[in-house]
Design a protein around this ligand. Structure first.
Ligand SMILES: [Zn+2]
Length: 396
């Protein structure tokens, strides 16, 4: 396969199965076009059509060899700005210890001790790792600094390497505030927010047992909203608390995890514009019951799939892994899982330029070493992503 020029102009031809996620372009919800080609000019999709029928353009030509081409994955939930790892904690959990939110403290210590260069190197490494597996849009949260300076620098470091940044000062209460929760919440909603808001587009809270309760989460999210940040939330991972309903109350773009949901939570999501973002890597890595995607889909709720890359509860950047687990364990069809990891992720980030390959979309696509998107779930653990283009440029 030819490399492309630096212009972001490329014609991908001889595609056996093209997933556009644009039902007006192709068949079904995935907008599938067979024997297709897609033209990207200056980083933007300008034409989709039949193989060999592309309009003239001064484009590098890539022969997909009859294989499948999909939109790049949109990973709407990641925690990449950290130092250290917690392999020993994972091993202990696999030998029977339960997961709690408190293990985050060890990553906070390592993150605070790391230099800016070390933090940045970790973000760069993980973004590159994600790219190789087909991810072309990355969201990254702070949340391992938990001081004014360390939260702000986490966002500064991340912001030049990812598409979306999220302020998560309310990840857990750090040890030095253990007896002064109210003071920490006030800091997160005040001075820390002031330092972080210029470097973030979103505000998030870990609203769950062992982290922040609904009233604390509402205070932090409202403060972020008042500073121009858009809300999203970690909700209902560990128990069926009030996080999901708070997300709906505040018009959050996404409620993430959604593992333990009451009927009222499902009803609230169904009547809202809030996406349910499911993170099966977390249940996998904590040996916990998976969320029931089928229940959400059958209620008409928009579902996204994301990797939740973090060193404690889901140290994976692999969206193909998440798709396979979602199909096997969460009662999603392969097509639903692919949609949720592409356009679903875009919906969770309120973006219309990524997650699909309709005309006007960003030229983000991946070539699978397989004839169909079905193979992502059908062939779990196999590195099928053979080429990745971002804005029409070869990215992996
Ligand atoms: Zn998370």
């Amino acid at each position: 396969m030819a490399d492309v020029t630096a212009s972001g102009t490329v014609l991908v031809d001889n595609i056996g199965e093209l997933v556009t996620n644009d039902p007006s372009t192709g068949e079904g919800p995935l907008g599938i076009v067979r024997d297709a080609a897609v033209l990207v000019v200056d980083g933007v999709v300008t034409w989709v059509g039949a193989r060999g029928a592309a309009p003239d353009a001064d484009a590098a030509v890539v022969d997909a060899g009859g294989r499948a081409v999909l939109p790049g994955f949109v990973d709407s939930h990641g925690h990449l700005a950290f130092a250290g790892d917690r392999a020993e904690e994972f091993a202990a959990r696999m030998s029977g210890q339960p997961y709690t939110a408190g293990g985050i403290a060890s990553t906070v210590r390592a993150t605070r001790a790391a230099s800016d260069a070390e933090l940045e190197a970790n973000v760069v490494r993980l973004v590159a790792e994600a790219r190789r597996q087909g991810t072309t849009t990355v969201e990254c949260k702070s949340g391992y600094g938990l001081s004014v300076a360390d939260e702000a620098r986490s966002l500064v470091v991340a912001s030049s390497h990812v598409d979306e940044t999220t302020y998560l000062g309310a990840h857990v209460v750090p040890a030095e505030y253990a007896d002064r929760r109210d003071e920490y919440v006030a800091l997160v909603a005040g001075e820390m927010l002031d330092a972080c808001a210029p470097h973030a587009g979103w505000v998030d809270v870990f609203c769950d047992r062992g982290a922040f309760d609904v009233d604390e989460a509402r205070e932090v999210l409202a403060a972020g909203i008042s500073r121009g940040l858009r809300p999203r939330i970690h909700a209902n991972q560990l128990e069926a608390g009030g996080g999901v309903r708070l997300a709906v109350e505040l018009g959050a773009a996404s409620a993430d995890h959604c593992t333990h949901l009451s009927d009222a939570d499902v009803d609230a999501l169904a009547g809202s514009g809030t996406v349910a973002t499911l993170l099966p890597g977390a249940e996998f890595s904590t040996r916990s019951p998976y969320p029931d995607a089928r229940r959400l889909l059958d209620a008409g709720i928009t579902v996204a799939l994301a990797a939740d890359c973090n060193p404690g509860s889901s140290y994976t950047t692999s969206i193909p892994f998440c798709i396979a687990v979602a199909v096997r364990e969460m009662r999603m069809t392969p097509s639903e899982a692919v949609w949720s990891a592409t356009l679903g992720g875009a919906r969770a980030l309120r973006r219309d330029d990524v997650g699909h390959l309709g005309v006007g979309a960003r030229g983000d696509l991946l070539v699978l070493d397989a004839p169909s998107h079905l193979h992502l779930a059908y062939r779990p653990g196999v590195p099928l992503v053979s080429a990745v283009y971002r804005r029409g440029l070869r990215a992996a």
